[in-house]
Ligand binder design. Sequence first.
Ligand SMILES: [Zn+2]
Length: 546
Amino acid sequence: MALKITVYDGAGVIGGNKILLESDAVADGATRGAAGGAAVFLDFGMSFGGRGRFFEEFLKPRSALGLTDLLEFGLLPPLAGIYRRDLDLPEWRLWDRYRNAPGFREVRADAVLLTHAHLDHSAYISFLDPAIPVYTGLVTAVVAKASQDSAPSDIEREVCYATLREPKQGLLTATNFKKVPYKQRPFRVVDRPVPDALKPFWGQGGSTRAMEPQELRGAEGGPTPNPFRVGELNIKWFPVDHSVPGAGAFAIETAEGWVVYTGDIRLHGRGRGQTELFRDECAKLRPLVLISEGTHPGTTQPVAEEEVHERARAAVRAERGLVLADFGPRNVERLLTFLEIARETGRRLAVTAKDAFLLEAMAAADPATPNPLTPNPLTDDAFVIYGEARLSRETWERVLLERYGDKVRVARDVAADPDAYILCFSFFDLGELVDIRPAGGTYIYSSSEAYSEEMAIDLARLRNWVGHFGLTMAGDPDHERGFHASGHIHGPGLEGLIKAIAPRYLIPVHTESRDFFVRDGERGWPEVVWPEAGKTYEFRNGRLVG
Ligand SMILES: [Zn+2]
């Protein structure tokens, strides 16, 4: 019997996690109590860094070539047997071409265990065979689906359902939307039953194309039905704190011992207690392997969400005119912080249709509604919807705006009453400022600092917009701290977590910080396997053997 772990992406880089865990079938499973005989991927994300080396906004992987461009640049690992069959034409002889790529194998995957709905963990599920089920928490399923529904159709964003392709003149084209429904992926919700109120949402996509429905199967056995099983593996799911709702971590019981995978975690958001519970429960498992993120171990004093609340509230209180709040997509915790600030300062929170769509789906997923953590913008008076100037709208947005009726505000409403709102805009909504023509105001930048060249260029553009309209920027990441709490655990917190869980082996992923992890001979520190992308690490009898 053996356990094999291969980090196909996320090794020595931040994001793009695709980790294959294979556990051989065990002959002596009965005596060990645990068993094996399954292969699961831990996340299957897009590597922004890897993709950015070859592609950009106007130079994308060609969808008419299916898997080709992604395999060529290693953005998908060369693994025959796991990808969508409609994205490959026999005459391309794709696997003849990539059979010699480093790491080529024929593999089988029984499942993807998806930790959370950030694209660097989820997006390339798009290319997987839709027969492979995705196991995740209910809120992650909902956030992934709402994000796909409300984004333009894109072959790299088909996490929950796919537009099937068909051959045309030796290439691939999208099938006719009137004739061929979306192919939905089987999602297995591991943490709770699926409320009936969610079924209409799950059963249709964002456009007029029909859905070939797949049941969203909920967990059986009450609110915390841990562990669940994939093949012969016992798996536990734990909710953790991160900058997107619904994030989870997994622990997998293999015949060699427990393997714990953190996904992305932190200890300074409002859900920090969940991460602490995860840490304490995993310590009890005495795991063989901990696969841990390490995005920001250089941070010693993280900004907490409560501090963001205080600072942003002070900035809003000091402003008599328009306030704009700019935070990352799907960062619902931050949205709720600004909702609270809106209530505290006598304003209303104006959100885009996209945000309202996500919030409504999250409210439908929560049987405890009304719950302050899942407010429904349709019924909650603290919200209005900002309707952006557009000539044509996709079905989801048209239907949503009709539903909100007199709760919809447009540019001239905001211009007439600028101190009545906090406007939740991001960089891509800035065009609306031309129509609002604000006479001063405050732009609160409540998002991460620029960590790539493109982001630095966008930040410079943002400053130009802010300056052009006479706005004051609060939280410019080059000058002012405290308006953003990161999604990732700080160094001392991570060190404490690793020492508490105390695995025999530690495999760092989603990190560039080799020096933080590799500590030769330090007492109380596990043996570190700094992974090489695509290399398989094998464990036998509780030891790394190669
Ligand atoms: Zn994340």
